[in-house]
Design a protein around this ligand. Structure first.
Ligand SMILES: NC(=O)c1ccc[n+]([C@@H]2O[C@H](COP(=O)([O-])OP(=O)(O)OC[C@H]3O[C@@H](n4cnc5c(N)ncnc54)[C@H](O)[C@@H]3O)[C@@H](O)[C@H]2O)c1
Length: 363
């Protein structure tokens, strides 16, 4: 049964982001994509074990040949070195310009398979079938696809919009606690940027709500509604799309300083959100009341808010090496208030160090 649907529409781009209870609407949604010679599923073993059979059952109804490529699901495998093997497998499977890649998995698979689709035969069509909360609310929507290089995450990428994003609520039930938190951090980020219904829902949200279908539906559909509206306005991040990086200046620095091992992406972003809000209070008039409200939400969602063990100076060094840092100037997304963000705010090293110390002193 379909729960919600959003349309992404701009220029030549036009696709649906649909949320169903299960995979039972997949063949119906895929049928809307015309002129398909073959479906190639790119997935990883853990997700395949859980959901590949359900997806294959749906594809059988379409009577179009199907191939499956298994890759590895961890961040370190979203790497340029793994592309060669997958390109060769695509050739062996007879993939042509009318073939459609189905990315079945979390953000790692979505980014990797999306990059493969963007580059194979100079670009073929693809569909995102996200199976983590983070992928449902964030990475599957918006067309950013990428792989990592040895010296930098997401350094090799493209803008390649999918033909369809199909999420099945039921497939999230098997996620581990860490992955739920990762997605909840991105939902919180969206709620701070958009305010309205989503922020109202966050005010009373508890971590346990991820097991409540109604709450989860709101988290996903409102996040998607917000993200699709931003992408439609600014696909290539020449302006407003930058606000989606709220919390990421520190988030990326934490990931790189801790070698992507200590926290998930979302947990790093959660800590980054707190720093962005401390700076927003100091620089953009964000109120103390709203700040305390957000901290309470984070407590209820069991999200990390600071890490006393990380050196503020080292974090700043990592911020300076981020690919989005220009001329060593470190920029932050700040909030004037809930739902009102500004981007491109240059903050000095001293101010950042001092704000991180304030954050590390939080109870
Ligand atoms: N393209 C974008 O706009 C964008 C935005 C945000 C994040 N990202 C990228 O997304 C990636 C992170 O994505 P993620 O958080 O989904 O991580 P992930 O894909 O690594 O998945 C997390 C873990 O969950 C497992 N998993 C996936 N689906 C499952 C399920 N249904 N049940 C049980 N286990 C399941 C995976 O095997 C993995 O171990 C990063 O590479 C990040 O750069 C991209």
């Amino acid at each position: 049964m379909q729960i919600s649907a959003e349309k992404v529409e701009f220029g030549q781009t036009n696709y649906n982001v649909v949320l169903y209870e299960d995979f039972d609407g997949l063949s119906y949604e895929l049928e809307k994509i015309q002129n398909v010679s073959k479906y190639i599923i790119i997935t990883e073993k853990k997700v395949a074990k859980l959901y590949l059979d359900s997806v294959l059952l749906e594809l059988e109804k379409l009577k179009i040949p199907v191939g499956v490529i298994f890759t590895r699901g961890k961040e370190k495998n979203k790497h340029i070195d793994r592309l060669k093997k997958v390109y060769n497998l695509l050739i062996e499977l007879g993939t042509d310009r009318k073939s459609v890649i189905l990315a079945l998995g979390g953000g790692v698979i979505g980014d990797f398979a999306g990059f493969v689709a963007a580059t194979f035969l100079r670009g073929i069509r693809f569909v995102q079938i996200p199976t983590t909360l983070l992928a449902c609310v964030d990475s599957s929507v918006g067309g950013k696809v990428a792989v990592n290089a040895d010296k930098g995450k997401n350094m090799i990428g493209a803008f390649h919009q999918p033909e369809l994003v199909y999420a099945a609520l039921h497939s999230l039930e098997t996620l581990e606690e860490k992955e739920w938190k990762c997605g909840l951090a991105e939902v919180l980020k969206h709620s701070l940027l958009t305010g309205g219904v989503l922020f109202e829902a966050m005010k009373t949200a508890k971590f346990e709500d991820v097991f409540d279908k109604n709450a989860l539906q709101i988290f996903i559909s409102e996040s998607v509604k917000f993200k699709t509206s931003i992408v439609a306005e600014d696909e290539r991040e020449t302006g407003k799309r930058a606000i989606l990086n709220l919390g990421h200046t520190l988030g990326h620095a934490i990931e790189s300083l801790t070698n992507y091992k200590k926290y998930s992406h979302g947990e790093s972003v959660a800590i980054g959100l707190v720093l962005a809000l401390i700076l927003s209070k100091e620089k953009a008039g964000f109120s103390e009341d709203a700040f305390q409200e957000v901290l309470k939400i984070m407590q209820n969602l069991k999200l990390p808010m600071q890490d006393k063990s990380l050196s503020p100076k080292k974090l700043v060094e990592h911020m300076q090496h981020d690919k989005k840092t220009s001329d060593r100037q470190i920029k932050f997304i700040l909030l004037n208030s809930i739902g009102e963000a500004t981007w491109g705010n240059v903050i000095s090293e001293e101010e950042i160090v001092s704000a991180i110390k304030t954050q590390q002193a939080l109870a």
